[in-house]
Design a protein around this ligand. Sequence first.
Ligand SMILES: Nc1nc2c(ncn2[C@@H]2O[C@@H]3COP(=O)(O)O[C@H]4[C@@H](O)[C@H](n5cnc6c(=O)[nH]c(N)nc65)O[C@@H]4COP(=O)(O)O[C@H]3[C@H]2O)c(=O)[nH]1
Length: 871
Amino acid sequence: MSRPATLRDVIFKRLLLLVTGGLLAVMAAVVGFIVLPLHERLTASEFTRVADLVENTLRETVELPSQILPSAAEWLAGQKAPFDDTQAAERYFKPLLSHVRNISSIVIGNEEGRGWMLLRLPDGRWRSRSTDLPGTGSEHLIVEEDVAGNRSEHWQTLDYDARSRPWYEGAVRPGTVRYWTPPYTFYTTGQPGITVSQAVSLSDGSQGAIGLDILLAELSTRTREARIGASGSTLVLTEGELVLALPRRPDHIAESDWLGTLMLPASALGQPSINDALSLWRQAGRTRFSASRFNSEGEDWIAAMTPYEVGEQRLWVLTLAPAREFEPAWSLIGLTIAATLGILIGVAAVIAQRQARTIAAPLEMLAVQGKRIGALDFSRPPPLRTRIAELAQLSTTLDEMRTLLGRNQTALATQAGQLQLQVEELQTAEHRIHALAYFDPLTQLPNRRLLMDRLAHVLEAGRRRTSHCALLLLDLDNFKVLNDTLGHDHGDELLREVARRLSQAVRSGDTVARLGGDEFVVILEDLSEDHDEARQQVGEIGRKILQVIEHSYQVHKFNADISASIGAVLFGQEAGTAETALKHADMAMYQSKALGRNCLSFFGPELAVKLSARAGLEADLRHALEAGQIHLHYQAVVDVGGRLVGAEALMRWSHPERGQVPPAEFIPVAEESGLIIALGTWAIESACDQLLAWSATYPQHALQIAINVSARQFHHADFVATVTDILGARNIPGAWIKFELTESMLLEDTETVVERMQQLRALGIGFALDDFGTGYSSLSYLKRLPLTALKIDRSFVRDVLTDPNDAAIARTIIALAHTMELRVIAEGVELQAQFDMLAAAGCDRFQGYLIGRPEPSTVFGTRLEPHPPAA
Ligand SMILES: Nc1nc2c(ncn2[C@@H]2O[C@@H]3COP(=O)(O)O[C@H]4[C@@H](O)[C@H](n5cnc6c(=O)[nH]c(N)nc65)O[C@@H]4COP(=O)(O)O[C@H]3[C@H]2O)c(=O)[nH]1
């Protein structure tokens, strides 16, 4: 790409172009409107000058005779005998003819045929002729006088009568003051001339006329000498186109021949240009024309035709010359114009240069300033001096911009610093987030997310390897009890120690992660290619882990003992997904728990069978609710006096093929699959609907129905809202229902649990802690929960009569509950003795086969009849 031109160059070039264009236009105008017309006019004036010259000569020639004529006529009129006393006439006229050279002769005549003529010959001799037609007839007396004054007379027979001469006839014509004859060849001299005459009343009473013969030979002298152009010429013609004054003689024509053309038609001159000029004149209607162009024999000519009036006669002055002799001197004009243009353009260039500098300099300065601003140089430059308002404005704007940008730059620098700090903070935060996202903050071990990631990676890599890998899932036994007993801080310390020991127990390449709570995972890689050997390796490592974990812990001066249950999954190339692996490990871990804890169980075919059975159950359960296979049974609850005070709603699944599926089987499946949310909601709705129906039918019974709520259901975010909506939709008081919660579900996220319970308590809903005594809840923890009742687990009730321990536990629970102002319900009461014993211990409510089995609502409804069967 070519570099853009500088402003200075652009202005200079444009100004120069403009001025040059202007100058050229001016020059063209000067040539077109001034030089050419001027030249035309000059040409025309040249022709006019020559015509004027000829006219002046003509005027000079005829003027004096025309002035002399009246006095000569007057003199003649005063003569007594004008024709007899020729001496007197000679005396009078000789000086006149001598002095006025172009008057060659004087003629007088009268009506009687008498006449007299005096002629001055070119050689200086005189001749007179007296005519007396009445007296001497055609005999005329001729008197000759030579230069010496010697006179001689003789008579000459001539056919001459003055009265028939044109000058006489014209003069005596009535009304004529003065008469000019047409030009003619003088009879006496043979030269062309013209006679001016006038009538005279003679003293003898006769009428006569006097004429002066004017020689026009002089005129030719003038016309032949006249110069027009280099080879132009002029001539005088009569109206009848006879040559009166000759043009310049061409060299090839002899003088005598040339003179011989006088008074001949102009064509006799043999000049085509003259002939063509006359044709032009004729075509123009024989009128005057000034310098006009015409073509003759292929050459351009210019001609002018000017009339000259001599009395009645009109003479024509023709002036002509080759046009080329009047062409403007183009080379000179061109040279002059070029020189002038050159000088003017030179001057314009200098001015344009200056103007370009004047205009561009401030802009260049501004451009430099702009560039400096662009380079973040905000130092103040020297002030810009310009008389151009816009530039001054631009400079001011630039100053303001510079100040503003300078300020912004400073602000930006500060902000950049702050931004840098923020970036660093963000990076730190990002690292922290990353650490939080992928690492467990308590133990610094990889968390669930990172574990799943690594596990997926290990499983993927395992497909390309022949060696085995294993996944070990550890769950600490009794950790919740320890945590509650020791306090959370110590619990955390315990977990950190477990993590440390675990990390030490395996190779550095193996992964140890914390899944959450008291669950840890170990991934073992590069185990033996042989399945049994690998299984053995896992067994050994598992035992080692169990040993290191079992080793007692010193926590805050206390010795704590802890064990773990481990579920192991061994996989080779056929490994499934990370989720499946973890699920299998979890199942194996529960197997270990079931086997009495502190041991390791492998996920094997028998567990896989269980798993598939469970999957089948889950699939059926998914459709059970809409298929109407789920319903509630109600188990009666009585007070110490045996009065029906409530019931527990227990879910039942009647499967068309499986038959009655026990809740202990399908409830855990529902919990794991999330189906418990829908089932649980349905149970609350169904129980409420039933309560509504019973309260309408049996208003005398104020029953409270206990509804089981699973952990997952209770922890669901919408639980409180759902319950509120169910009660609200049926306008049922919260006190009509009671939720049964298990100890384990209350251990997670205590804050939320308490808050949620309080919200439901505010609606009047009661809370019973189910299976009390089987868990490991600390009393301090229980105190925080807004419970309304404790349920003594069936296992204690069963042996309450036979096992003093269980009896003691039952009594303690009752005492404890009463201390906490909680109601106590004994479940699983099958024998009257159990009832009695518990009643004696202060138990408030009783539930069990002794009172009644869980029954369909219709059956249970009979208990509400006015005479219910005795409990
Ligand atoms: N041997 C014996 N057993 C007695 C006696 N009296 C009552 N039972 C049984 O004891 C269980 C009491 O329910 P649970 O402890 O809440 O234990 C319940 C409860 O945890 C759960 N469950 C039942 N229905 C629901 C429900 O609607 N929602 C939830 N989340 N869980 C439910 O399933 C568990 C088992 O329920 P069921 O099989 O109906 O078993 C019931 C009941 O039939 C007795 O005198 N002797």
